[in-house]
Design a protein around this ligand. Structure first.
Ligand code: ADP
Length: 543
């Protein structure tokens, strides 16, 4: 028997209609590409997004066509976002930090036709556009278009005077809405194709009190770039609840972020650990305070204990650790306290907060060994982590990578983790970064997280180096803080007693800068390349 409920398809245009109609006066604040901080409202942005839709339709964009953006977090980017998906076209967020040849590959693979870009991307575009023949129109997300060797328009002139009531919707909730490529730390970039329904559900899942817990009373600053992993869903979740939104543009340094947090009264924010580290360094140097910020979600890579502690002890900010990946929309687990630990103090809760957390509703997780057999949730046994649900990719765009689900329909995340009896999942490593020493696995992440707490260490990375006896042994790579000169012995002594004896790095190398990838994570591919001929002292002894 069919239910007697109304037919209301979960399409994303409805989220922005709702924000404009019921939270219309709520502010959206941007550090603009022109420099000044600009203010507008959901109602204004909605009208302008409709103008974008009109311009796109006039440019011949049809449902299912790809419209690319290449820009920092801004109000115009948000308008372009909804202006695209509102007419059933697919928003492809390109990451300007990738290498030009990667961008060319991705734009051609995606089949982008129209490109909306920040003016700062002009030199990059001059280089890549001749190799992207499919892109037939370029619009700069600015007042004025910079001088370019290719034809381009300025966004403001492009949308000016257009109707503000271009119709949206009318497509299926399972139609595609967004396209986002994984940053390629695991090989060729692959496209993840989000749907209206999947993003709608993801936003609702992430809004729950035991997830991000956003509300109309929050002022949300989105530091995670809009091109990174579906902007962690915040482009949907913040308008869905009518939260005030702060978009920091290109300036993500500690001073600029701190200024916005304080002047706009930001209560919640989300970003990768390196961003928080930069902000904390700035606050320490200047004696700055965080008077409004209540909680932050940190994810994308493991959040070091020092960030949890400093934000909690010195600034009264609660850190919510989140885990996910581009393929999981992205948020899938969050480390909020379960009732069993909710009344314990910070110190007792910390071990749980440091884990990547408990699963959101609608999803299922399993841990398996190499034979695909399920492993116990005892908090100790680690295995490959697989995930299933309506917000999880079922395959990649243009069938890249072939079949990605196992016979129970689970997606292999490529992460290695444990799950404890309370349901907290902890990432121990990426399957390809795990160090295989004598048939046992050593977690590079665990060692990094501890090593980063040693005196004089700005950043720590651990990679496996070939070893004649053990297959691989860990090498600890250290980027010292400016002016500091920690020694090999100091670091190894620091690790003693904090990690198992057989996990102890066989050597320590010092570098000026640990390379970060396009989304701020340690670039292990580059490190492996740098250290490919490295000989461990223990390997020479064993030879
Ligand atoms: P890419 O795969 O291109 O690096 P993603 O942003 O999709 O881009 O990265 C997802 C991966 O990042 C996860 O599979 C996991 O390894 C890692 N990751 C994400 N959040 C966390 C976290 N809180 N702790 C540890 N690792 C994380």
């Amino acid at each position: 028997m069919r239910a007697l409920m109304q037919d209301w398809s979960l399409t994303l245009d409805k989220i922005f209609d709702h924000a404009a109609r019921w939270h219309g006066e709520r502010e959206v604040v941007t550090r603009s590409v022109e420099g000044p901080i600009t203010r507008s409202t959901y109602a204004d942005l909605h009208r302008r997004a409709k103008q974008v839709s009109h311009a796109l339709l006039e440019a011949g964009v049809k449902p299912g066509d790809r419209v690319a953006t290449m820009g920092w977090n801004s109000d115009r980017h948000l308008e372009a976002w909804y202006g695209t998906i509102g007419i059933g076209a697919i928003l492809h967020t390109l990451n300007p930090r990738l290498f030009p040849e990667q961008i060319v590959y991705i734009a051609n693979h995606a089949g982008d036709e129209v490109l909306l870009a920040d003016p700062a991307c002009a030199p990059l575009l001059a280089e890549i556009l001749p190799q992207c023949p499919g892109i037939r129109q370029v619009v700069f997300l600015s007042e004025e278009a910079p001088e370019t060797p290719f034809p381009a328009q300025a966004y403001e002139a492009w949308i000016a005077g257009r109707p503000t009531d271009t119709p949206w919707g009318g497509f299926d909730e399972n139609d595609a809405a967004g396209l986002c490529y994984t940053s390629g730390t695991t090989g060729n970039p692959k496209g993840v194709l989000y749907g209206h329904r999947s993003n709608y559900l993801h936003a609702m899942m992430t809004l729950q009190p035991d997830a991000l817990n956003l509300s109309a009373r929050d002022t949300v600053m989105l530091i995670v770039p809009m091109y990174h992993a579906n902007a962690w869903g915040v482009m949907y979740s913040a308008p869905m609840v009518g939260a005030k939104l702060v978009l920091p543009g290109q300036k993500l340094d500690g001073a600029s972020l701190h200024e916005l947090i304080e002047t706009e009264g930001v209560t919640y924010s989300a970003g990768v650990p390196t961003i928080w580290q930069m902000l904390l360094t700035h606050l320490k140097e200047t004696g700055g305070k965080l008077t409004t910020l209540q909680r932050v979600t940190v994810g994308g890579s493991a959040c070091p204990e020092s960030i949890f502690r400093t934000l909690h002890d010195d600034y009264g900010v609660d850190v919510i650790h989140g885990w996910g990946m581009t393929e999981t929309s992205p948020l899938a687990t969050v480390s909020v306290p379960s009732p069993e630990i909710a009344d314990l103090g910070f110190e007792a809760q910390l071990p749980y907060k440091l884990k990547q957390g408990r699963l959101l509703c609608n999803l299922d997780l399993k841990l398996v060994n190499d034979a695909g057999e399920r492993l116990p949730h005892d908090g100790k046994t680690f295995g490959r982590l697989l995930i299933k649900g309506p917000t999880i990719a079922s395959g990649y765009f243009r069938a890249e990578g072939g079949e990605v689900l196992d016979d129970e329909g689970f997606f292999d995340t490529g992460d290695v983790s444990t799950i404890d009896p309370e349901g907290y999942m902890q990432i121990t490593d990426r399957a390809k970064d795990v160090i295989k020493s004598g048939g046992e696995w050593i977690s590079s992440i665990d060692i990094e997280n501890i090593a980063v707490g040693a005196d004089g260490v700005a950043c720590a990375a651990v990679i496996g180096i070939a070893h004649p006896k053990w297959d691989e042994r860990p090498l600890l790579i250290i980027e010292p803080k400016p002016g500091a000169a920690p020694t090999r012995e100091q670091l190894l002594t620091y690790l003693e007693g904090k990690i198992a004896k057989w996990w102890m790095p066989d050597d320590v190398a010092f570098v000026e800068k640990i390379p970060l990838g396009a989304t701020g994570k340690i670039n292990k591919l580059a490190l492996r390349e740098t250290f490919k001929d490295y000989k461990l002292p223990s390997a020479q002894a064993a030879e």
